[in-house]
Design a protein around this ligand. Structure first.
Ligand SMILES: Nc1ccn([C@@H]2O[C@H](COP(=O)(O)O)[C@@H](O)[C@H]2O)c(=O)n1
Ligand code: CDI
Length: 162
């Protein structure tokens, strides 16, 4: 059985917040705003997995009205999402994600992000790809007002569907 899912997320860039992306705290003058730590990359990975499982999205499982998730570590949320996949007999086929940001420069941190995501999904890092693009100064990402991320995931299971 193969299950694919996709995710998309956006968070606003503001002063006075840490810039946490893919589980890495990136030195930058601004950070992402959210109820949780606002890790836009881990959110989109979580949403892609939940999509493959037909289980909705992270907002359904970890509501932003619940004080339990205030400043939550998105890596903890991703591990909880991955538990849902494992419970259903899935392992990671592969994952491909894109961070859409004019700044900061993501490339130096991408290898660490890959290791963190692969670790959370108990997968070989060679199954995980993270990349980044600017939008050539166009739109809200290009103006530095926010950062977006998108992800596609392929999950594999040995269970045959009936
Ligand atoms: N925030 C970003 C955006 C892009 N990169 C890297 O720069 C390369 C060029 O980006 P373009 O938008 O001009 O395609 C791209 O290949 C990314 O690897 C980055 O590190 N951080
Ligand atoms: C992650 C959660 C957790 O409360 O909060 P936010 O950091 O606001 O992130 P978002 O992607 O807007 O929605 C999911 C939320 O449930």
């Amino acid at each position: 059985m193969i299950a694919v899912g996709q995710g998309f997320d956006v968070h606003q860039l503001v002063e006075g917040r840490p810039c946490i992306i893919g589980g890495v705290t990136i030195p930058y003058e601004k950070g992402l705003l959210g109820h949780s730590d606002a890790d836009v990359l881990l959110h989109t990975v979580s949403d892609a997995i939940l999509g493959a499982l037909a289980l909705g999205d992270i907002g359904r499982h970890f509501p932003d009205t619940d004080p339990a998730f205030k400043d939550a570590d998105s890596l903890v949320l991703l591990r909880r999402v991955w538990d849902m996949a494992k419970e259903r007999g899935y392992r990671l086929g592969n994952l491909d994600a894109t961070i859409i940001a004019q700044a900061p420069k993501m490339a130096p941190y991408v290898p660490q992000m890959v290791e963190i995501i692969a670790g959370a999904l108990e997968a070989d890092p060679r199954r995980v790809n993270v990349k980044a693009t600017t939008t050539e100064h166009l739109g809200f990402t290009g103006r530095g007002e926010g950062i977006a991320a998108q992800c596609i995931v392929c999950l594999l299971s040995d269970v045959l569907s009936s």
